[in-house]
Design a protein around this ligand. Structure first.
Ligand code: 3EB
Length: 337
């Protein structure tokens, strides 16, 4: 019988798992977050994205939040409280997040996943679209805490859900910074002109990060945008192709920037890909195109969500990983960081 200590060292600990309401998982430790979205298609085992560490994880849960910490890493979720409006609730959630990150010695945000009910609806109080209020709150928190956007913006996604529940801010952070990556085909989101809202979104197109076992490329939610403008309004096929061109452009920049000697990031090797579709009836064209585009064992799932610009029909995000050294490639949905 191994002692509890050796077992603890040998058994990987989940830091965080992202899944869906109809694909519940039990992790034992860490934070398990369910995206408030409908599953449209994918392999049944592919719904979960889990981050593992071979070290102890401490988990704190309370009303509206969960925080999992481990030496050098944190993962969790904060629900948005909209009592004083969405801009205020977003600012407070981000400030709370930045406080938690300082306290847990993991000040560097690698990736955020953001889900808001009715993201494209106009707010009755201000007349502004809810996504624009969200951007106001996020920008206020970044400027209040003096975070430099160009060097500290995380990879991100911001999607809309039907559900009446709270918005949520899910995060992965570490004690080492990630390297932000921009897309030469697109204006940086934090430099969008004001026609998309009074405050620009704050995120990087992707982020490269080094975990204990893997090199990571977190590619943000990517859509049919070139420059700053939406392309191919109303055309799902062309929006998908433009989105794939953007994903490929980001991957190429990331591979040029990666640490010397590390393996190139590849969508076909070991990736997790979420395809968010505004209209469930666009599933078949999306599936067909993605099947042509991919040739490896990557995890792909199709989810129903609203995209943060009303004229976008699709958004695709991808997490790519490469084991360093001689580690075997993990294809399981729960992967060592
Ligand atoms: C875009 O490129 C599409 O507000 O955090 C993608 C990823 C998008 C993240 C965010 C928004 C966000 O502008 C929308």
């Amino acid at each position: 019988m191994p002692s509890p200590e050796t077992r603890r060292g040998a058994v990987p600990s989940p830091l965080g798992v992202i899944t869906l309401p109809d694909r519940p998982v039990s992790a034992g430790q860490g934070c398990v977050v369910q995206l408030p979205l409908e599953w449209l298609a994918g392999k049944p085992g592919d719904a979960a994205e889990g981050f593992l560490l071979d070290q102890e994880v401490e988990t704190k849960t309370g009303v509206g939040h969960c925080l999992a910490t481990s030496r050098g890493f944190s993962f969790g979720v904060i629900e948005l409280d909209e009592q004083a409006g969405l801009a205020d609730g977003t600012e407070r959630a981000y400030r709370q997040l930045f406080d938690l990150l300082e306290q847990s010695n993991t000040p560097h945000l690698w990736r955020v996943w953001q889900y808001l009910p009715a993201i494209n609806a106009d707010d009755p109080e201000t007349g502004l679209e809810r996504y624009r209020l969200f951007n106001q709150g996020r920008a206020a928190a970044f400027s209040a805490t003096g975070r430099d956007v160009a060097t500290s913006a995380p990879a991100a996604c911001a999607l809309g859900s039907d559900e009446g529940g709270s918005g949520r801010l899910i995060f992965l952070a570490a004690n080492t910074p990630a390297t932000p990556i921009e897309n030469p085909r697109q204006v940086s989101a934090y430099r969008y002109p004001p026609n998309y809202g009074p405050k620009s979104p704050i995120f990087a197109r992707a982020a490269i990060a080094r975990g204990p076992v893997h090199d990571w490329l977190f590619i943000s939610g990517t859509a049919s945008i070139t420059g700053h403008a939406t392309r191919h309004v109303g055309d799902i096929h062309a929006q998908i192709d433009e989105t794939l061109a953007n994903l490929e452009a980001v991957r190429q920049v990331a591979n040029a920037e990666r640490t010397a000697g590390s393996a190139a990031f590849d969508f076909d090797a070991s990736a997790l890909i979420r395809v968010y579709l505004r209209h469930p009836q666009d599933l078949e064209p999306a599936r067909e195109r993605l099947t042509q585009w991919l040739s490896g064992p990557s995890q792909v799932m199709f989810l129903r969500a609203d995209i943060c610009r009303a004229d976008l029909l699709v958004e695709i995000e991808a997490t790519l990983r490469q084991p360093r050294g001689n580690d075997v490639v993990e294809h399981a949905p729960w992967t060592h960081l």
